[in-house]
Each structure stands twice: as C-alpha cells, then as structure tokens.
Design a binder for this molecule. Structure first.
Ligand code: FES
Length: 118
C-alpha cells in the first residue's frame, strides 16, 4: 500500500438557509466533490490524489472552497466547470491562479517562526 500524494479537501458544510454566513453545501459542494472524484479516477490518479469531504474550512465567503494539501493551495468559488482545470493543474504541478484565494484574505494566522511551536 502507498500513501496519497495530495488531498483535496472540499468543504461540504451545511448551515440553515437563514444563516448569514451561508455554506458551501448550498453553493454546490457535493457536485464539485463528485466531479473531482470522477475526474481523478478517469485520469488514473485514484490512489494518489484523494478528494475528501470536509466540514467548514472557515473561508465561507469564498465557497465552494477546496484546499489542496500538502501544497496549501486554497481555491474559492469552485464549480463543477472548474474541476478539469484543477485536476490538470495538480497533475502538472501548477496552480489555477484565477481560483486561488489570496493568502491575505485567508482567515488563518501567520505561521510561527521555525521551532516556536511547542
Ligand atoms: S461553509 Fe465552506 S468554508 Fe465555511
């Protein structure tokens, strides 16, 4: 058995329709993940790249959100029509810049200096 080289985490979080934050599920996350799985298999990448469903990734304003690890590439506003481009870019070691959420807009905090995490 091997290990996955990449994970694509697709936010599939569900919130009530009246929630001001909205949710990726209501924006079509299920269809995005289903197409990712289908295209990864069609490209022979099954077993190397895994499309996982995830809870809220805390980038709700940008849904549907997909994050690629270990590259730490964050995509926002993803639709099924974007999936082929994302898979092609991943296979080529590239990034779909038009879908990338800029680091300055992500809700995480700046990383700690090396060795500062204890
Ligand atoms: S609901 Fe998808 S990132 Fe929060």
């Amino acid at each position: 058995m091997g290990r996955f080289e990449h994970h694509l985490f697709v936010c599939e979080n569900v919130r009530p329709a009246e929630s001001p934050r909205g949710c990726c599920a209501a924006k079509g996350a299920g269809a995005v993940r289903a197409k990712l799985k289908e295209r990864l298999e069609a490209r022979g990448l099954k077993g190397l790249v895994r499309a996982n469903g995830a809870g809220c990734l805390d980038q709700c304003a940008f849904g549907v959100v997909v994050v690629v690890y270990p590259e730490q590439v964050w995509y926002g506003g993803v639709t099924p029509a974007d999936v082929d481009e994302i898979v092609d870019a991943l296979a080529a070691g590239k990034v779909v810049e038009r879908l990338r959420i800029p680091d300055a807009k992500l809700t995480g905090r700046a990383p700690l200096p090396p060795g500062a995490c204890s």
